[in-house]
Design a protein around this ligand. Structure first.
Ligand code: KIV
Ligand code: ZN
Length: 515
């Protein structure tokens, strides 16, 4: 009988700390639902004390998610623990994750605290958290650069105070695999009450070693891994969920544990996170990159045709790469449409939601002959991107572009229910369109990213556009898809502007000064 390896996903917390990866409440809920469907054990939904928006997100996710434990992050102080406990109240299963830095450099310069005070704060935070839930996790932040004897001391006290999970973060991605594995083994051997807690890893990827370090720790007895979809996260990111899960599953000959993850949800989750954050997945990324299962060399193709295992250690289907079959067209009915989406993992809360997406599908079918699974996925994601009470809506766009002439755009945008017209010229058709929209909305924001992806191949493929806007230190991502990439660009720009007007500022957990 194999041990269980707990998968703790922190895409919504550490992942969101990636510069530019901010998400709206609706987006966080969509990702949380996807993680639940993937059978992630613990979803770290946010840092409730960081902002009212974070509190709301953790609270909303706590109400909705029943199949995974919902976790909230809290620094080791009374206000943070209280906020986390309150936000998590409705959860069927909740966890409070409290942390305090233990490395000499963090204690001296960031916290300005004596090690004895750090131990005291950790113990009292854990005791307070136990008043809200039995499921308390403690992290000695920057454990990877902390003194071993001090780590043993604070962890022993943390377990005695009631922490059931001890997470060992390599906060700055400094450790090497053999060293990190040894650290976990030594801690588990030396701490007298270590058998009363599950040891966990939380590795950052500054040296590209987050997955290797996490796996080395699992080899030495860690039974929880903290990770994110697509390896999203602070700086170079966190250990990637898909790589951890598939390494453990593919090398069951080496691991004495396995996860409960439904791996067929890995690729859909990767697409969803990439679409929402605007962070593209590199083509050669393991498991979820577009080329992860593509064989270019003739000799490889020949081998795979004869026996897949000659060059593939996993199957594409196992991790959720569908066949992208052409299934529907202009004559397809509502039932066939609903059935296909169900097969792709999409279900609708109400008939109204289904009707809206079906209308968009019919509109697309009039313009595009062959509709693939990827088109349907983009269509549903695009509908989810449009919140109900948006202030700005694209009503009409006309662009004139001709060799030797300056492109010119005319737009009509509905602003709070009133149609407003504007026109402008620009360096290109997209520039002219964005300028015309800005004439109406006058957001004063700065465009930080503009990217176009084609959803399927061929010149009639849908274009998926992501833009990132920045204003007063607040960053939002907008998305839009259309057969016409200029229209997709306008939709994504307006989507970002809608988010900008409803944004709330938040605090960064590791930059926050006061404990
Ligand atoms: O990287 C880190 O140390 C963290 C902690 C809050 C666990 O994210
Ligand atoms: Zn982290």
């Amino acid at each position: 009988m194999k041990d269980k390896l707990v998968i703790f996903d922190t895409t919504l917390r550490d992942g969101e700390q990636s510069p530019g990866a901010s998400m709206t409440l609706e987006e966080k809920i969509r990702i949380a639902r996807m993680l639940e469907k993937m059978r992630v054990d613990v979803i770290e939904a946010g840092f409730p004390a960081a902002s009212p928006g974070d509190f709301k997100a953790v609270n909303a996710i706590s109400k909705l998610i029943k199949g995974s434990t919902v976790c909230g992050l809290a620094r080791a102080n009374r206000q943070d623990i209280k906020k986390a406990g309150e936000a998590l109240k409705p959860a069927a299963s909740s966890r409070i994750h409290t942390f305090i830095a233990t490395s000499p450099i963090h204690m001296k310069f960031k916290l300005r605290m004596h090690p004895d005070q750090v131990v005291e704060s950790a113990v009292s935070a854990i005791q307070q958290a136990r008043g809200y839930t039995d499921n308390v996790e403690f992290s000695p932040e920057d454990a990877g650069r902390s003194e071993f004897d001090f780590l043993c001391r604070i962890i022993e006290e943390a377990i005695r105070a009631g922490a059931k999970t001890i997470n060992i973060p390599d906060t700055v991605g400094y450790n090497l695999p053999a060293q990190f594995g040894e650290l976990i083994r030594n801690l588990m051997e030396k701490i007298p009450n270590s058998d009363e807690a599950i040891f966990s890893t939380h590795c950052h990827n500054d040296l590209g070693l987050a997955v290797a370090n996490s796996l080395a720790a699992v080899m030495q007895g860690a039974r929880q891994v903290e990770c994110t979809v697509n390896g999203l996260g602070e700086r170079a990111g966190n250990a990637s969920l898909e790589e951890i899960v598939m390494a453990v599953r593919t090398r069951q000959d080496e691991f004495s544990c396995d996860t409960d993850i439904d791996a067929t949800q890995i690729v859909p989750a990767s697409r969803l996170v990439s679409n929402i954050t605007g962070f593209p997945v590199q083509p050669n990324k393991a498991i979820v990159g577009a080329n992860a299962f593509a064989h270019e060399a003739g000799i490889h193709q020949d081998g795979v045709i004869k026996a897949r295992e000659t060059y593939e250690i996993m199957s594409a289907e196992e991790v959720g790469w569908g066949s992208n079959r052409m299934v529907l067209g202009k004559h397809s009915g509502r039932n066939a449409f609903r059935q296909r989406l169900k097969t792709l993992g999409f279900e609708f809360g109400s008939d109204q939601e289904l009707d809206d997406v079906f209308c968009r599908f019919k509109d697309m079918a009039d313009r595009k002959h062959e509709i693939y699974d990827n088109d349907l996925q983009a269509l549903v994601t695009e509908s989810g991107n449009i919140a109900e009470n948006e202030r700005f809506k694209l009503k009409h766009l006309q662009v004139h572009s001709q060799t030797g002439q300056t492109p010119h755009a005319k737009v009509v945008v509905e602003v709070d229910g009133v149609d407003v017209n504007a026109e402008d010229s620009g360096n290109g058709a997209v520039d002219a369109t964005f300028r015309a929209i800005e004439k109406i909305i006058d957001s004063g924001s700065e465009l930080q990213l503009y990217s176009v992806n084609s959803i399927t191949s061929g010149t009639d493929a849908q274009g998926e556009v992501s833009v990132r806007l920045q204003k007063d230190g607040w960053i939002v991502n907008g998305h839009g898809a259309d057969l016409d990439i200029i229209i997709a660009s306008a939709k994504s720009y307006i989507n970002a502007l809608n988010k900008l007007v409803s944004s709330e500022s938040r605090m960064h957990p590791q930059l926050a000064e006061a404990i």
